[in-house]
Design a binder for this molecule. Structure first.
Ligand code: FE
Length: 365
């Protein structure tokens, strides 16, 4: 027990370091369970606490705003504990029944499934959640439910590329883009999941050839995140880039005038004609196996997936809502509908190892 407590505290520190490291939460809130004097507080203390403890691997400021809106409406506090998804799942496993966490939130369907497979979640049972989130955005056992989706698309320099020149992901491997293509590192889960989806839909051989073609066409050694690829287009280092749609929305609405300008000069292209359709991934939430504030945790998920929560979320992160009742930002409306990949999100996790191996083999650094 003592060892567990020590580990818990050590992890809390790790989480705090990760938090300040990523700099997404200037308030530096968190410190979730500092007040809970281990076992002495007891279950009764916790039951009257009216709080939900959230383990989250997401790094978007709007999530905090969403939780604050929920607190304002219900009086239930939300404590965020941040870390990488892997760290948080490990912690849930290690702490077992003594874990403070009620909810686990992350991006990526493969990662959500990884948490399910590690037996750290229990089904979210709520008719309201079922009504809010269409079946396609929920795990079949409701071990997790989607809160938003995101598309990984092609962006291009409006002044140098015509959308007619673009077609599919597959086409980005063509020689005509030699020295013109930009993408972040293959260590990014976003790229790993994109390739994992192509492994599932096009087969390993084609996926491998594609990764090689893309690596050969890169304008520079991968560096930075998705936003940096857009900036590199503005700097004329390359003409086309692979990027998640929501970063375009976040940049267009940034306080940084330079980011706004960069985003205004790139076009967003959905690879509808791709044999596979546009690659779509999901952000989701699961109820932890040992949640001590289960009723309140379910209330929070109902709020997050309801009209108001979805409107706040999508207007802040520029992801796509899972609940169509949301008032989407105008930008998303202008993008219209697009053809999406049809695949079981668990496949992203299943093929992750293979995808990483192929990316390395391809020389996509
Ligand atoms: Fe992101």
């Amino acid at each position: 027990m003592k060892t567990n407590m020590k580990l818990g505290i050590a992890n809390l520190m790790v989480a705090a370091v990760v938090l300040t490291g990523c700099g997404t939460n200037p308030s530096g809130s968190v410190a979730p369970n500092q007040e809970s004097k281990p076992d002495a507080a007891g279950a009764a203390g916790k039951a009257t606490e009216q709080a939900v403890h959230v383990f989250t691997a997401r790094h978007y400021e709007v999530d905090t705003k969403l939780f604050e809106a929920f607190t304002k409406q219900t009086g239930i506090k939300v404590n965020e504990i941040k870390g990488t998804a892997e760290e948080l799942v490990e912690r849930l496993k290690r702490e077992g029944a003594s874990s403070e966490a009620d909810l686990f939130i992350t991006v990526d369907g493969g990662v959500l499934n990884y948490a399910k497979q590690n037996d750290v979640l229990q089904p979210l049972q709520s008719a309201e959640i079922d009504k809010n989130v269409p079946k396609q955005w929920r795990d079949k056992d409701n071990s997790w439910v989607g809160i938003a989706t995101r598309a990984r698309v092609i962006v291009y320099a409006k002044d140098r590329v015509k959308p007619e020149q673009l077609s599919t992901y597959e086409d980005l491997a063509d020689d005509k883009w030699k020295g013109k293509l930009l993408a972040r590192s293959s260590s990014s889960l976003y790229n790993q999941s994109l390739l994992a989806s192509l492994i599932e839909l096009n087969g390993e051989q084609q996926a491998e050839a594609w990764a090689k073609g893309v690596a050969a066409n890169l304008a520079r050694k991968p560096e930075g995140g998705d936003r940096d690829q857009a900036k590199a287009i503005a700097a004329k280092i390359g003409d086309v880039a692979i990027m998640n749609t929501y970063y375009v929305g976040q940049m267009l609405n940034s306080k940084d005038a330079e980011e706004v300008k960069v985003a205004q000069n790139i076009g967003v292209f959905f690879p509808n004609q791709s044999t596979t359709g546009t690659h779509l991934n999901i952000s989701g939430v699961g109820l932890t196996k040992h949640a001590k504030n289960k009723a309140n945790a379910i209330k929070l998920v109902e709020y997050m997936t309801g009209k108001e929560g979805q409107t706040i979320l999508t207007n802040g992160s520029f992801e796509f809502p899972v609940n169509e009742a949301a008032d989407k930002p105008e930008l998303l409306k202008t993008w219209g509908t697009f053809k999406t990949q049809q695949l079981d999100f668990s496949k992203l996790g299943e093929h992750n190892k293979k995808a990483t191996e192929l990316l390395n083999k391809a020389g996509w650094k």
